[in-house]
Design a protein around this ligand. Sequence first.
Ligand SMILES: [Zn+2]
Length: 142
Amino acid sequence: MLFKRDPAAGETFPVAKTEAEWRAALSPEAFRVLREHGTERPGTSPLNAEKRPGTFACAGCGAPLFDAAAKYESGTGWPSFFAPIEGAVATRTDRSFFMTRTEVHCAACGGHLGHVFPDGPAPTGQRFCMNGVSLAFRPAGD
Ligand SMILES: [Zn+2]
């Protein structure tokens, strides 16, 4: 497995591509969110309404990130989960926009997914507020 440094984060990830490779692999909007820490407009993701059993995978590298059983309606306009698949995501402190938030990214490729907040439902009390464009839904049995 090849490890390459993510210059922005100073971290290594098992899935590493150059900026040009990511640009070629992703839609412009997915590139903006996953690789440039963008945020999609709330209410725009078709995954907000996704309620079937299955798995939400990373749109960048395909790693499974969230089980549909952990999804809930947060009312924010972004797909929200109370827990990730164990080990699938990693976090770092984000101090942009004059706020201190906890940024969430894919543990496999470092792609930016969203943020996690401590106002989620039981059993974890966490709200993983994700950009739908960062995720790819795979219905169970597919
Ligand atoms: Zn990934």
